[in-house]
Design a protein around this ligand. Structure first.
Ligand SMILES: Cc1cc2nc3c(=O)[nH]c(=O)nc-3n(C[C@H](O)[C@H](O)[C@H](O)COP(=O)(O)OP(=O)(O)OC[C@H]3O[C@@H](n4cnc5c(N)ncnc54)[C@H](O)[C@@H]3O)c2cc1C
Length: 417
C-alpha cells in the first residue's frame, strides 16, 4: 500500500516529486528531531523571539523551501503555474508533517510572495524581494482580522456598518493608517506586513477595502503582543497597532478592490490550510501505526485487537478522503474552474473536522502516553484544533459553500459581492 493520505509518487510530476523529496529530507533530518528534542520547551520558552533557533529557517532556505513564490529573477523558486496549487498542497502537507507552526511561518511567506508578485509595482518588488532573499529570518504577515471580528469579511457581510475598522486616509503624497489587527500569523516577528484598511466608508467591505505594504520599521506601526496559542506554537501569532502610520502612495497594493485582488491569496490559501492540516493527521497516523504494532496488551500487539484495528482503519479512511478532496479542490484552483471557491471551503471544513478526529483516535490509542508531553501525540490534537478557526470558522466556511451552491438564494445574503 502507498503511504496513507499521500498522493503516490507515480501520480506526481517530476517537479512535485522533487519538491516532496526535498521537503521530506528537511523534515526528517532537521525539523522532526528539533521538535522531538524540545517538547517541554514548547511550553517553557518565555521569549517568543527565541522560540525557534535561526538554524531551522536557515536550513529551510538552503533546501530552497523558504523562497517559493519569489520570481526566479530574484533567485526564488517558481513552481509550474499550471499545477501551482497542487504542488503547494503537496509541499505544505510534507512540512506540516514535521511541524505545523513552522509550516505556518513558511506558508505565509509563500502566499504573500505570490501576492507581491501579482500586485506590487516592479521597483518595490526589486526592493522587497532583494531584502527577503538576503535574510533567512525574514517573515511576512497578512493582516485582515481586527478585534471587531473576522467572520464578516470572510462571508463577506458586505454592508458599510460591517466594514473594516482600520482606516486609511489619503493625504498629501502618502496614506495614513490607523487601527488594530489581531490574531495575525507571523504578526509578532514579521519584517513586512500586508495591511487591509477601509478607504471608503460609504460602501461594504468588497468595494471599500484597500491593501497596503507596510514595512515593520514604518513609524506608527507597533507590535503590541505575541499570542500564546494552544497549537502551532512555533509560529508567533501577534497583534499590531497602527497609529498615524504613514506609507507612500506606491505602497498601495489594491485600491478599494483589495478583497477581490487577494483572490490569488485566498483560494490557494485554503488549499494550503487543508494541506497543512492533512500533514498533522499523517504524522499522527504514522506514530500511531508504529505504536499499535509494538505495544502489547492482552498477550498480543494491540493492533490485533479488533477495536484498535477499526480505529486505525477509520484514521486511514479519513486521511485518504481528505487527500482526495484536497487534490480535487487544488486541480479546480489550478484550472480556475467555477466551483473552485466552493471546493476550497469544502476541503478546509472537511479536513478540520476529520483530522481532529484522526488526532483524537491517536491520543486514545496511545493510552496514557497520549496525554504525555514526551510522546508528542497530544501535540497533534492541539495543532489540529487550531484549524477549526484559521481562514474562517467551520460554520462561516460552510455557509460560504451554500452561498456558492445556491447563488440566487443564499448567495444574496448580506449585500452584493
Ligand atoms: C492560529 C490563528 C492564525 C490566524 N492567522 C491570521 C492571519 O494571518 N491573518 C488574519 O487576518 N487573521 C488570522 N486569524 C484570524 C482568523 O481568520 C479568525 O480568528 C477567524 O476567521 C474567526 O474570526 P473571529 O475570531 O473574529 O471570530 P468571530 O467572527 O467573532 O466568530 C465567533 C463565532 O461566531 C460565528 N459567526 C460569526 N458570524 C456568523 C454568522 N454571520 N452566522 C453564523 N455564525 C457566525 C463564528 O462561526 C464563530 O463561531 C488567525 C486565527 C488563528 C486562530
Amino acid at each position: 500500500m502507498d503511504r496513507v493520505g499521500q498522493i503516490p509518487d507515480r501520480h506526481l510530476s517530476d517537479e512535485q516529486r522533487m519538491m516532496r523529496e526535498t521537503c521530506q529530507r528537511y523534515v526528517d533530518a532537521v525539523l522532526r528531531p528539533f521538535i522531538a528534542d524540545n517538547r517541554e520547551r514548547e511550553w517553557t520558552f518565555t521569549d517568543p523571539a527565541h522560540r525557534l533557533p535561526p538554524g531551522i529557517l536557515e536550513e529551510a532556505d538552503k533546501a530552497g523551501i523558504r523562497t517559493l513564490g519569489v520570481p526566479e529573477e530574484y533567485g526564488g523558486i517558481s513552481l509550474d503555474p499550471a499545477t501551482e496549487a497542487q504542488t503547494f498542497s503537496i509541499i505544505a502537507t510534507e512540512i506540516s508533517r514535521g511541524d505545523t507552526g513552522l509550516a505556518d511561518k513558511l506558508v505565509q511567506n509563500w502566499k504573500i510572495a505570490i501576492l507581491l508578485r501579482e500586485l506590487a509595482p516592479k521597483h518595490l518588488q526589486d526592493e522587497l524581494f532583494t531584502a527577503y532573499m538576503a535574510d533567512p529570518q525574514y517573515l511576512m504577515a497578512h493582516c485582515l482580522t481586527e478585534p471587531r471580528g473576522a467572520s464578516d469579511r470572510w462571508l463577506p457581510y458586505n454592508v458599510p456598518e460591517a466594514a473594516m475598522a482600520t482606516r486609511a486616509v489619503h493625504e498629501d503624497g502618502y496614506w495614513r493608517i490607523d487601527g488594530r489587527k489581531q490574531f495575525i500569523s507571523n504578526g509578532y516577528d514579521a519584517s513586512l506586513y500586508i495591511v487591509y484598511a477601509n478607504t471608503d466608508p460609504s460602501v461594504g467591505i468588497i468595494d471599500g477595502t484597500s491593501s497596503f505594504i507596510v514595512p515593520r520599521d514604518t513609524p506608527g506601526l507597533e507590535v503590541t503582543r505575541c499570542n500564546e496559542t494552544v497549537g502551532g506554537r512555533y509560529m508567533n501569532n501577534g497583534e499590531i497597532v497602527f497609529e498615524d502610520c504613514r506609507v507612500p502612495d506606491d505602497h498601495l497594493l489594491a485600491h478599494n478592490n483589495a478583497m477581490r485582488a487577494a483572490r490569488t491569496y485566498f483560494r490557494p490559501g485554503k488549499i494550503i490550510v487543508a494541506a497543512k492540516n492533512l500533514g498533522v493527521g499523517i504524522a499522527a497516523f504514522d506514530d500511531t501505526a508504529t505504536f499499535v504494532q509494538e505495544r502489547v496488551q492482552g498477550g498480543k500487539v494491540i493492533i490485533k485487537h479488533q477495536a484498535v484495528a477499526i480505529r486505525i482503519a477509520a484514521m486511514a479512511m479519513k486521511l485518504e478522503a481528505v487527500s482526495a478532496l484536497l487534490q480535487r479542490a487544488a486541480i479546480a484552483v489550478d484550472h480556475d474552474e467555477p466551483d473552485a471557491g466552493a471546493l476550497c471551503d469544502m476541503v478546509k471544513v472537511f479536513a478540520s473536522q476529520e483530522i481532529l478526529q484522526v488526532c483524537q483516535h491517536a491520543v486514545e490509542l496511545h493510552g496514557g502516553y497520549g496525554a504525555m508531553l514526551e510522546m508528542g501525540i497530544e501535540k497533534y490534537l492541539r495543532d489540529a484544533s487550531v484549524y477549526l478557526h484559521v481562514d474562517a470558522t467551520s460554520d462561516v466556511a460552510s455557509f460560504k459553500i451554500v452561498k456558492e451552491l445556491f447563488p440566487a438564494t443564499a448567495g444574496t445574503y448580506a449585500g452584493s459581492e
